[in-house]
Design a protein around this ligand. Sequence first.
Ligand code: ADP
Length: 223
Amino acid sequence: TESFNTMIISIKKMIAQKKQLLYDVSHELRSPITRIKIALEMMPESQSKNDIVHDISEMEIMIDELLESARMEEANGRLQLEKVDIRSLIQDLESHFKGFKPGITFNIDKSVNEITVDYSRLRKAIRNILENALKYSSAQDKPVEVRVGESNGITEIEIRDYGEGIAADQLDQIFEPFYRVDQSRVRTHGGYGLGLFLCKKIVEAHGGTITAESPEDGGTRIR
Ligand code: ADP
């Protein structure tokens, strides 16, 4: 039992150190990136300049997402809580995704009350999930379905698409940082596997849970 406990402690320590390293590196990368951006401003226009600008902005997004995830893990997650009418949040997203294929249908249960959340962070989490749902089902006829309901004082948001889906044994891993279901998707869909990691951190900072399922009739359901 003693050796087992010692092993648990050292594994936990290893995981924590790995996490810390990831966040420290992300943090340290901000200054050189800022310097590169300033230097780029002085460079004459060219294709290589455009390519570097593009790459740098992708790096910035990755770093921001990692640092934001770290912030969400801190006690109370520095959330800016306010009373929010979920209908206005949904309307906001509805107009953001207007014209995206295969479209989105929204269904908000009458029982849903105001919720106390960090509006911009919750919006970011739902937007990430919706972006994925649209991205991986854009070739489908069936639109993405968003349902908001409430039971026993818990608000549940469900986002369901009928796209390519996720294999059952990968469902838990998609919330890990840098995890991507299929490396070949990287080229076609972009992204670095940080989106759902950040969503999970945002939801958990609110005291909520996030799960993914692969329904039998295809696609993905995120709750
Ligand atoms: P990324 O930003 O790279 O898309 P995410 O963290 O958002 O990363 O997603 C992690 C992995 O889960 C990705 O490899 C993506 O392929 C897969 N995934 C996420 N949402 C869906 C979905 N609705 N349908 C199919 N695959 C999905």
